[in-house]
Design a protein around this ligand. Structure first.
Ligand code: URA
Length: 441
């Protein structure tokens, strides 16, 4: 077989055979297929797409390119969650302890942030002392004793995706449904959970800009999960505004604590409850309604918050900052961004809000760069809110004064303030399962 022919067949719109997909993934992982041929194939897939058979084969070949984690030392049904990425998305920090507090173990492997999206590991590491580098034996031990743990993906988890994702990032081939679906699902399948809940984001802060595309991505991922025997449910949720009010690492931990204390803004609180309820349902804890009630009960009685504290302590962290969030290290430089005119926040370019947070020091441009855990944005106004000239739109935090001005410039550009109010955007757009697409709007 020649890589040239595989590229040509996909370029010309043919279905790739399982042998061709295996040839590509194995050769690219071993280094016998060079980046320029992998880029050409990624672009051919971008334009021609892949059907369900091809996408499932690509996913399974990628999953098998490295370690496949065996979670069987942890008794019970293990449910994982994944978000396709957005701005202010701190759901894992709250959802994992909510689910664990209801008796369902969660052994979660997460990633770091890159570009305008934040990563769960970076957020967790803003808790003093906490480590995400934990070996498998200790990981299982913590999940068995505490009920949950969140650690970094091992170096050998889906190495084919690591290479291919880095390549897609620089060849304008990230936003392809089969490539995103296989990338996400290969990692979820290799991480070993029995069931998976996906949060597929839609809007200006997401890879998928329209509800149609986000729903198609959700369907592709559900189909892959079900094809390999992992029950999979996907919620399609709005990312046309940042999720919650806080963007940045320690700021997002603080907002996750607010979710668990019942004091968070409605959009983030509702998203966490819905994700947790779906995870509990897949673990057999009852109907979706019963699971919502169960999750809400454990938020209200403090059990979910205590579970987060236990997990943080088991991972070496200082949980006193969660009990009193004013003990988090504070950014030395603070600046309020004010509305330039009267009107309504008509729209927010959410990706730009993420870029502003990264410019303040909360994100990284390259995978090796370090981040400022105290940097970020606390949004006082979001889409739909009325403003008067001079009102505070947001407060910026950074360790470096000069970053504030760049952050302010980018953030002001992200706000579209007009005389008329926008049409209200619903937060939940669809729920996709093996039973089909339930449109929620
Ligand atoms: N997240 C992933 O893990 N992979 C993608 O391709 C896009 C988002």
């Amino acid at each position: 077989m020649r890589m040239y022919d595989v590229i040509k067949r996909k370029r010309d719109g043919f279905e790739l055979t399982p042998e061709e997909i295996n040839y590509f993934v194995a050769g690219y992982s071993e280094g016998t297929i060079p980046d320029y041929q992998a880029s050409a194939l990624a672009m051919a897939i971008f334009y021609q797409g892949m059907n369900a058979r091809e996408t499932a084969a690509l996913t399974m070949e990628m999953a098998a390119s490295g370690d496949m984690v065996d979670l069987s030392p942890i008794p019970g049904i293990k449910v994982d969650k994944h978000s396709t990425g957005g701005v202010g998305d701190k759901t894992s920090l709250a959802v994992v302890p909510i689910v664990a507090s209801c008796g369902v173990p969660v052994a979660k492997m997460s990633g770091r942030g890159l570009g305008h999206t934040g990563g769960t590991l970076d957020k967790l590491e803003s808790i003093p002392g906490l480590t995400i580098s934990i070996d498998e034996e200790r990981f299982f031990d913590i999940v068995n004793k505490v009920g949950c743990a969140i650690i970094g993906q091992t170096a050998n988890l889906v190495p084919a995706d690591k290479r291919l994702y880095a390549l897609r990032d620089v060849t304008a081939t990230v936003d392809s449904i089969p490539l995103i679906a296989s990338s996400v699902m290969s990692k979820k399948i290799a991480s070993g959970a029995n069931a998976i809940v996906l949060d597929v984001k839609c809007g200006s802060g997401a890879f998928m800009k329209t509800a149609e595309d986000a729903t198609a991505l959700a369907q592709a991922m559900v189909e892959i999960g079900e094809h390999v025997g992992r029950t999979t449910v996907a919620l399609v949720t709005d990312m046309d505004r940042p999720l919650g009010n806080k963007v940045g690492n320690s700021l997002e931990v603080i907002e996750a604590v607010e979710v668990l204390r019942g004091t968070a803004p409605a959009d983030i609180a509702d998203t966490c409850l819905e994700l947790a309820a779906n995870m509990l349902m897949l673990a057999g804890k009852g109907t979706l309604d019963e699971c919502r009630t169960l999750a809400q009960h454990n938020i209200d009685n403090g059990a979910a918050f205590e579970k987060l504290c236990q997990m943080v302590e088991a991972q070496g962290g200082d949980s006193s900052v969660l009990r009193d969030t004013s003990r988090f290290a504070q950014a030395p430089c603070v600046h309020e961004v004010r509305a330039p005119r009267d009107g309504f926040v008509y729209h927010m370019n959410t990706e730009e809000v993420g870029t502003a947070a990264a410019a303040l020091g909360a994100g990284r441009e390259t995978i090796e760069a370090s981040i400022d855990p105290t940097a970020g944005i606390d949004l006082a106004r979001k889409t739909g809110d009325a403003v008067k000239a001079g009102d505070v739109l947001a407060t910026l935090y950074s360790s470096e004064e000069e970053r504030l001005y760049n952050g302010e410039r980018i953030l002001l550009d992200a706000y579209d303030i007009r005389e008329e109010a926008p049409v209200a955007i619903p937060h939940f757009l669809a729920r996709v399962s093996r039973d089909g697409v339930e449109r929620l709007v």
